[in-house]
Each structure stands twice: as structure tokens, then as C-alpha cells.
Ligand binder design. Structure first.
Ligand code: I3P
Length: 106
């Protein structure tokens, strides 16, 4: 699965807020058990990740609806085993549920 999602880096470690906290649109790709972020589809094709960020290993991550985040709708979160956490906003409920399913089962 791939597509554009708005992303916010919420935590960079357990209970440690990220210093770069604005929402940015990133091109997200789940492939071979990893979640990767790219500027756009072209970036994905050429293998250049957004800001050179490493891929996220989804077997070591959890994904769920961000029910405590009230400012936007259709927001879900991905937490890595190092305690880092990202929020993602989908365009509607169906898209959100598709991503959660893909990320959770990858
Ligand atoms: C952040 C930006 C985010 C906001 C965040 C701000 O500022 O406005 O949209 O999160 O608030 O720090 P900047 O763009 O200067 O980095 P929300 O959209 O969730 O409010 P926060 O630090 O309270 O999370």
C-alpha cells in the first residue's frame, strides 16, 4: 500500500516530545514489512527517503487509532520499539482503516 498522508512526529523516545512537531505531507509506502517515507512517488521509485530517514520495521511497531488526539479526524498512530511515535492523518475513515490494517498485519 502506498499514498500521501499527513504526518506529525509526536514522540522521539518514550515520554520525550519530538522537537520537530509540524504536520507534513509524506508519501508513505508499506513494502516487505517496512514502512518508508518519501517526498513523493518519484522519490520512492528512486529509493530516496524523506530527509534520508531509515525505514521503519513494522514487526517491531504497533499501530492504532489515535483516540486521544482530538484536533483532527481520521488520525492513527504508529509507535516504534524505541518509543518513537508518529501520528498520521488519512482523508477519511476508510483510508485510515486500510492503513491501520496494512501496517498492523505487515
Ligand atoms: C507545531 C505545529 C503543529 C502543532 C504543534 C506545534 O509548531 O503548529 O501543527 O501540532 O503543537 O508545535 P511548528 O510548526 O512551529 O513546529 P498540532 O497540529 O497537533 O496542534 P504541539 O507542540 O502542541 O504538538
Amino acid at each position: 500500500q502506498e499514498g500521501i498522508l499527513a504526518r506529525k512526529h509526536e514522540l522521539e523516545a518514550p515520554n520525550k516530545k519530538s522537537s520537530s512537531r509540524s504536520w507534513v505531507n509524506v508519501y508513505c509506502v508499506v513494502s516487505k514489512g517496512d514502512l518508508g517515507f518519501y517526498k513523493d512517488a518519484k522519490g520512492y521509485k528512486s529509493g530516496v527517503t524523506y530527509n534520508g530517514e531509515p525505514l521503519i520495521t513494522l514487526s517491531e511497531s504497533t499501530c492504532e487509532i489515535a483516540s486521544n488526539y482530538k484536533k483532527k479526524k481520521f488520525v492513527f498512530k504508529v509507535r516504534m520499539n524505541d518509543g518513537s511515535e508518529y501520528l498520521f492523518q488519512a482523508k477519511d475513515e476508510e483510508e485510515m482503516n486500510n492503513w491501520i490494517k496494512t501496517i498492523s498485519t505487515a
